[in-house]
Design a protein around this ligand. Structure first.
Ligand code: ZN
Length: 135
């Protein structure tokens, strides 16, 4: 099951009018997944400073750093709501979790010890060996 299937299941991600399957996912604010730092974040980015995208609330709260830089407006899209953000984070989590056994296998092929792998993952050797098995 790919990302498209999932999005279609939720009724998003396809443009019915044009028939295109290009995903029109709104740009995410840099602080969207940092709720402690910016509780007022509106999630959907409206401007970009270089590669950093910000919503209008976070743009207002921006520190003096980089004030000389002029923002690049982003095309307006539908707003990213909190459940869509959760959906994105869950998809990324699922994808990353699926890559872990392969990455561990690769590390083993490249002669990494279980101790080194466990240290990278911040878990015990035994837990690392268990994660190397596909779910
Ligand atoms: Zn924000």
């Amino acid at each position: 099951m790919g990302r498209g299937d999932r999005l279609e299941h939720h009724g998003r991600g396809t443009d019915v009018k044009s028939g295109l399957t290009v995903e029109a996912i709104p740009a995410r604010c840099y602080y969207a997944l940092r709720p402690q730092e910016r509780p007022g974040c509106q999630l959907t980015a409206t401007v970009a400073y270089g590669t950093t995208t910000l919503c209008s609330a976070c743009q207002r709260d921006r520190s003096t750093l980089g004030k000389g830089q002029s923002p690049r407006p982003l095309p307006s899209t539908t707003n990213l709501d909190a459940l869509a953000l959760l959906d994105q984070a869950h998809l990324e989590f699922t994808r990353a979790a699926g890559q872990l056994p392969a990455a561990i296998a690769r590390a083993r092929q490249h002669h990494a010890t279980w101790t080194a792998i466990a240290a990278v993952l911040g878990i015990t050797r035994q837990a690392a060996q268990q994660r190397s098995k596909a779910p």
